[in-house]
Design a protein around this ligand. Structure first.
Ligand SMILES: Cc1cc2nc3c(=O)[nH]c(=O)nc-3n(C[C@H](O)[C@H](O)[C@H](O)COP(=O)(O)O)c2cc1C
Length: 101
């Protein structure tokens, strides 16, 4: 994580991004930002014109500037901070969040 240019390899390259307009992208917050593999993911696919809504877990910190930071890895996407999911979330909780998008 110290090396901002680090890009861990993805396990595969088979995500079918073209079929989706809005993508929910979740991760644990590490050192106030997204793990670098999230940059790998954003740089590995074409997200131009897509809406990407972030969600995250953490020990307490929030999404802060993470959407702006990740936009550098996918400048053609509309990346927005979504929700922190630090408390136990039920299916209905998640459904309500998705319905607001
Ligand atoms: C390397 C590392 C860095 C972390 N940095 C932060 C941080 O900056 N802020 C924070 O609130 N939590 C931080 N955490 C806590 C994780 O966000 C938390 O453990 C995770 O979201 C919980 O998901 P998990 O159950 O999948 O581990 C860090 C955890 C790790 C392992």
């Amino acid at each position: 994580m110290n090396d901002k240019s680090s890009r861990p390899a993805l396990a595969d390259n088979n995500a079918i991004i073209s079929e989706y307009d809005t993508i929910l992208l979740g991760f644990p917050i590490w050192w106030y930002t997204a793990p670098r593999i999230i940059n790998s993911f954003l740089e590995n696919y074409d997200f131009d014109g897509k809406n990407i809504v972030l969600f995250a877990t953490s020990g307490g910190s929030g999404l802060g500037n993470i959407a702006k930071e990740l936009a550098l890895s996918s400048p053609g996407a509309n990346i927005q901070n979504g929700k922190m999911l630090n408390r136990r979330s039920s299916f209905d909780d998640i459904k309500k969040i998705v319905e607001t998008l």
